[in-house]
Design a protein. Sequence first.
Length: 271
Amino acid sequence: MSRITERFTALRHQGRKALIPYITAGDPKPGVTVPLMHAMVTAGADILELGVPFSDPMADGPVIQRACERALASGTSLLDVLAMVAEFRQRDQQTPVVLMGYLNPIETMGYQAFAQQAAAQGVDGVLTVDMPPEEAESFVGVCREQKLDPIFLLAPTSSPERMERICAWGGGFIYYVSLKGVTGANTMDIEDVSRHVAMIQRCTTLPVGVGFGVQDAQSASKIAAIADAVVIGSALIRRIEQYQDMPEAIPEKIGALLRTMREAIDARTVN
């Protein structure tokens, strides 16, 4: 059983929902990332989603695009991200870590080499935004060999056939994109999200996480009422951007923001 599955199983027994924060590795500079990862766990994060910076993050809005630019300007590579996970594992062997990014850096390294190194450094799952399930067979196979969970996105526009295929291929959890468009959008139709989450849950036994439109504690609470996990990204990246010239303050500031979301989620879901 993977760390991701173990974490969701434990949360289910507790009657709680997962809080999954996203940050871009190396933003605003590499030395911030590992202390920030630990601070997020202390603040109540259940699973960490670590973005691999890429020069053309097509699924991301301007907030995360700028985070990628800052990370790349500081020289952060895929190998650096794996090294950050290894450093994080020196103190934390329990918290699952998911890498989220794009296919090009992985293809450059090679599927086998990437999967082996990711597993060796302590990565638990991989979400490759621009790899559709129709083209993922070889990559998924390599991931499963290394006990990495292949995580896929489902969108409001996904057909029932595509939903079934992704539910069959996926591992760890299914990531439902709550709205059409890129990360960081400001509008989310909670009733529509609820309908789609229910459809996905009828298709799979995997947990369902929702992201791309969670902006604050209130929206996190609403998502927690209908899904197994709440994924928060752009709201955190905005706070990091705000304090990019005071990097030593970032772990505390992000931790404080996450705690408000953790409290809101638990108030809505814990019996």
